[in-house]
Ligand binder design. Structure first.
Ligand code: SF4
Length: 339
């Protein structure tokens, strides 16, 4: 690790000024991914700007439009167990608790969760090329061991996936991301925050270098009655998703009036299909219709050898999770899934 300075500013504008004055600065909240990247020699900040004390970033509070604001520096555990999140947005609570370990969730921040980088093994190995680490150098994952890699939205340059669980639920809930930088404040729809790799796999999202996420807003609608988060992984205790699915439904009787389905572990960003969600509208909530929706979502999916199995796994996960969303109690610890 390189030597570095550590500073705090008394408010957000002072924090942004510190970042603008030093192009090698990094914000730090929990630091769980930043320290990984640092130890793997992927970042070398000369200045750490601590944002944990900023009150604007440190609270969860209701909004006048009926939604809920999640401070960017709030810990993942505190978010998952917050009474308003547990009761109004249980899909988000379940997704957060499916991620990482209890120790990491106690440390990791909400903003940092959005900014974590891929866990592609080649990205961390300086002995091999990687377009995300060094643009133009190549992508050994395409011909290599790609069991964890993308089946949707990949490019010739990169087939990495985004590893978050929390963000899969935020995509399904249609959260928005509040950002501040030297040009002022702006808000991005969650679907527009992360990027597909295209020809710039070195960029994971649309945040500018000196910009800071201040909070994440949840809309009023939280789908508290019919929801499910299903994470399929090699090891239940602690592993990134091979495939995950966040499903949120509104029902009238057994008829779906609104469906949200987001997939994780399959692409460079949480993956949704407007066509599949529209297909489900007005249809009975059953295996047959979820199966058709799964075919629509996975249309165009492509495996790279070791990850071919993820296409069928993802289709089955969409169907199973759709049925589980009909009976959220089936997801309580010790309960058996209904499908
Ligand atoms: Fe690098 Fe992306 Fe290829 Fe992994 S998949 S080796 S991150 S370019």
């Amino acid at each position: 690790m390189n030597n570095f300075d550590y500073q705090q500013a008394s408010d957000v504008s002072g924090t942004i000024k510190l970042a603008c004055d030093n192009s090698q600065a990094k914000f730090i909240a929990g630091g769980t991914n930043l320290l990984d990247l640092w130890k793997y020699n992927l970042v070398h900040p000369s200045l750490l700007i601590d944002i944990n004390h900023l009150s604007e970033l440190s609270e969860i509070r209701g909004r006048s439009d009926g939604g809920l604001r999640l401070g960017a520096a709030v810990k993942n555990s505190d978010t998952a167990y917050h009474p308003s999140v547990e009761t109004r947005y249980p899909l988000l609570s379940r997704a957060i608790l499916a991620g990482a370990s209890a120790q990491i969730r106690n440390m990791a921040s909400n903003g940092g969760n959005l900014l974590q980088r891929t866990r592609c093994y080649y990205f961390y190995d300086h002995q091999v090329p990687c377009n995300k680490r060094k643009p133009g150098s190549g992508c050994p994952a395409k011909e290599g061991y790609n069991r964890m890699h993308a089946i949707l939205g990949a490019s010739e340059e990169c087939i990495a996936v985004f590893p978050s669980d929390m963000c899969v639920a935020l995509a399904a809930l249609e959260a928005t991301v509040n950002i501040v930088g030297k040009e002022g404040k702006r808000t991005l729809a969650f679907a527009d925050f992360h990027r597909l790799p295209g020809d710039r796999p070195d960029l994971d999202n649309h945040l500018m270098p000196d910009e800071l996420i201040t909070s994440i807003d949840l809309p009023e609608k939280g789908f508290p009655l019919n929801y499910s988060y299903l994470k399929l992984r090699d090891r239940h205790s602690y592993a990134f998703a091979l495939v995950s699915v966040a499903t949120a439904l509104e029902l009238e009787g057994d008829i779906i009036t609104e469906a949200r389905i987001a997939l994780g572990g399959v692409a460079h960003k949480p993956w949704r299909s407007a066509e599949a969600e529209e297909f489900l509208r007005g249809k009975p909530a059953n295996k047959e219709n979820f199966s058709t929706a799964a075919e629509i979502i996975l249309k165009g999916a492509k495996g790279y050898g070791y990850n071919d199995f993820k296409i069928k796994l993802a289709k089955n996960a969409v169907v199973r999770n759709g049925m589980m969303a009909l009976n959220p109690a089936s997801q309580l610890p010790g309960a058996q899934p209904s499908a």
